[in-house]
Design a protein around this ligand. Structure first.
Ligand SMILES: [Zn+2]
Length: 92
C-alpha cells in the first residue's frame, strides 16, 4: 500500500523537491495576473520557491519564474516574495 504523503513540488531556484506546504507559491490566475499565493490554494498555474533568498535571486536572474508562468513578473512580486521569506524565517 502506498502511503499518502505531502505532494512534492520543485523549487525553481535550487531544483530540489519539497512538500508543497513548505514552499512559497506564486500563481498566475486565469485572468493572467501574477501574484504571491500564501494560501497555496489560489486557482491558476503555480510556481514554487523554497524560503531561500538565493533561490529567489536565481529565479529572478534567470527569469525562471516568468518563463514558467509565461508572464512577466513585476519587481513588486519579487519584493513581496522577499518580504514573505524574511517574515518566514527571520534572521539566521
Ligand atoms: Zn530552492
Amino acid at each position: 500500500m502506498m502511503t499518502t504523503r505531502a505532494r512534492l513540488r520543485k523549487c525553481l531556484g535550487c531544483g530540489l523537491e519539497f512538500p508543497k506546504s513548505s514552499l512559497l507559491r506564486i500563481v498566475r490566475s486565469t485572468a493572467g495576473e501574477v501574484s504571491v499565493d500564501p494560501s497555496g490554494r489560489a486557482p491558476g498555474r503555480g510556481a514554487y520557491l523554497c524560503a531561500n533568498a538565493d533561490c529567489v535571486m536565481k529565479a529572478r536572474k534567470k527569469n525562471t519564474l516568468a518563463r514558467v508562468l509565461k508572464r512577466p513578473v513585476d519587481t513588486e512580486i519579487y519584493a513581496r516574495i522577499d518580504e514573505m521569506i524574511r517574515s518566514d524565517c527571520g534572521d539566521d
